[in-house]
Design a protein around this ligand. Structure first.
Ligand SMILES: Cc1ncc(COP(=O)(O)O)c(C=O)c1O
Length: 380
C-alpha cells in the first residue's frame, strides 16, 4: 500500500483547477514581488487569524527573526522558549544576539509548561515565545498573565498551528505578535518557502513590515537595519487559494486523527495525542508516545510506512546551544518526549484503508515484540 507522510501530490491534483490559473495570472501580470496579490493574501490571512495586521515574509524562520528585531531584542536580552521544538524558534533568537532560556514542556500537550516560566524570568527577559506544537495551542492564559505581570512580550510561534483555537480564539491572535510558516508540508503550505508575521499592534506591524524590506518604508530610504524577506506573488496566489480550503483541510486532519484514535484503542504500548480542553487541535502532526519507539519506527519503515521523530534532540542539548548562550530549567519532560514521540502519516488525503494498514502494522509489531504470554503486566 502506498502511504505518504504528507501527500502534496494528490492535494494539488484536487485543487489544480483553482491553483494553476492563479499562478498563471501572476505570470501574466509579471508582478512578482509585492503587489496586489500579496496585499490581498495579507488581508485574507489577517481576517482568518482575527487580527488587524498580517504581513507575508520569506519563511517562518525569518518571521521569528523579524518579530524579535521589531521588538528591539538583541545582545544582553533573553528569550524564553521551549526546548522541545524545531530549531528555528531559538535559532532566530541567537541570530539577533539574544540569550535563549529553555523551559520544559507539559507532557500532555508537548507545549511550554506555564508553571516553569516565572522562575526563568530575569530583568533581561524580553519575550516568551510559546510554540503551538503539532497543531495544538499552548496554554496561553497563564503565559499571557505572567508576561503581563513582568512587562514581557509574547510571540506565538504559530508555524504548525494555523486554524487551531484557544478558548474560541485562533492561535496567532493571542500574543503581542505571531509568526507563521508556509513551508509546503505545513497545514497551509506554499509551493516553496513562505511565512508571515501578524499582530494587533499597528506600530509593531509597521515596524515588522519595514524590517522585511531593508528597514525602509519607501524605496531607497532606510530607517533601521532590516532584511530582505518577502513573500513572493506566486506563493501568495497559491496561498490565497489554499486559505479558502483551510477549514476543510483541518476537518480532514481532524477526521483522520479521530480514526487513528479509534483504531489504536487497546494498544497499550501507544499513547495517543491529547486534545486539551481549551481548544481545537489541527493535527499538523499526529504524534504518539510509543514503547520501543525506535524499533517500531524501523518496523513501520520496513513495511513502507513513513514516520517521523519530531524532535529527537531537545534544543538545550543541540551542539549549537549546548556550549552557547543559553540557560535552562529542568528538562525531564523534554528529554522523555524526545525518547518517546513518533509522528504517524498525517495529511489531508489520508484515508481509512491507509490508516488501517498503518495501525495493523503497529499492532503486529507489538504482538511480535511481546507475545501474549509475556505481555501481561507490561505497561498496563
Ligand atoms: C515550530 C516551527 N517554527 C518555525 C519554523 C520555521 O519555518 P520555516 O521552515 O518556514 O522557516 C518551523 C518549520 O519549519 C516550525 O515547525
Amino acid at each position: 500500500m502506498n502511504v505518504q507522510m504528507v501527500d502534496l501530490k494528490h492535494q494539488f491534483e484536487r485543487l489544480s483547477d483553482e491553483i494553476a490559473p492563479a499562478i498563471f495570472d501572476v505570470l501574466r501580470s509579471a508582478h512578482f514581488i509585492r503587489g496586489p496579490v500579496v496585499d490581498r493574501f495579507n488581508d485574507a490571512l489577517a481576517h482568518y487569524l482575527g487580527v488587524p495586521f498580517a504581513h507575508g515574509v520569506g519563511n517562518g524562520t525569518d518571521a521569528l527573526q523579524i518579530a524579535y528585531m521589531a521588538l528591539g531584542i538583541g545582545p544582553g536580552d533573553e528569550i524564553i522558549t521551549p526546548s522541545f521544538t524545531f530549531i528555528a524558534t531559538a535559532e532566530a533568537a541567537a541570530l539577533v544576539g539574544a540569550t535563549v532560556v529553555f523551559a520544559d514542556i507539559d507532557p500532555d500537550t508537548y507545549n511550554v509548561d506555564p508553571n516553569q516560566l516565572e522562575q526563568l524570568i530575569t530583568p533581561a527577559t524580553k519575550a516568551i515565545v510559546p510554540v503551538h506544537l503539532y497543531g495544538q495551542a499552548a496554554d496561553m492564559d497563564p503565559i499571557l498573565e505572567v508576561a503581563a505581570k513582568n512587562d514581557i512580550a509574547v510571540i506565538e510561534d504559530n508555524a504548525q498551528a494555523i486554524g487551531a483555537t484557544y478558548k474560541s480564539r485562533r492561535t496567532g491572535s493571542l500574543g503581542t505578535a505571531a509568526t507563521l510558516s508556509f513551508f509546503p508540508s505545513k497545514n497551509l503550505g506554499a509551493f516553496g518557502d513562505g511565512g508571515a508575521v501578524a499582530t494587533r499592534d499597528r506600530a509593531l506591524h509597521e515596524r515588522m513590515k519595514m524590517i522585511t524590506n531593508h528597514g525602509g518604508r519607501h524605496k531607497y530610504y532606510n530607517e533601521v537595519v532590516g532584511v530582505n524577506s518577502r513573500l513572493d506573488a506566486i506563493q501568495a496566489a497559491i496561498l490565497e487559494v489554499k486559505l479558502r480550503h483551510l477549514e476543510s483541510f483541518t476537518a480532514a486532519r481532524r477526521a483522520a486523527a479521530a480514526r487513528y484514535d479509534a483504531l489504536l484503542e487497546g494498544v497499550d504500548a501507544i499513547t495517543v495525542p491529547v486534545e486539551a480542553y481549551y481548544g481545537r487541535h489541527v493535527y499538523h502532526q499526529y504524534t504518539v508516545r510509543a514503547r520501543d519507539r525506535d524499533a517500531l519506527a524501523e518496523h513501520l519503515r520496513a513495511a513502507g510506512i513513513p514516520c517521523g521523530i519530531y524532535y529527537p534532540v531537545p534544543l538545550h542539548r543541540q551542539p549549537v546551544f549546548a556550549q552557547g548562550k543559553m540557560r535552562s530549567g529542568p528538562m525531564d519532560e523534554s528529554e522523555r518526549a524526545a525518547r518517546e514521540v513518533l509522528s504517524l502519516p498525517m495529511h489531508t488525503e489520508l484515508n481509512r484503508a491507509q490508516q488501517t494498514y498503518i495501525v495493523d502494522t503497529i499492532r503486529a509489531f507489538y504482538r511480535w515484540k511481546q507475545p501474549e504470554s509475556s505481555a501481561a503486566g507490561a505497561d498496563g
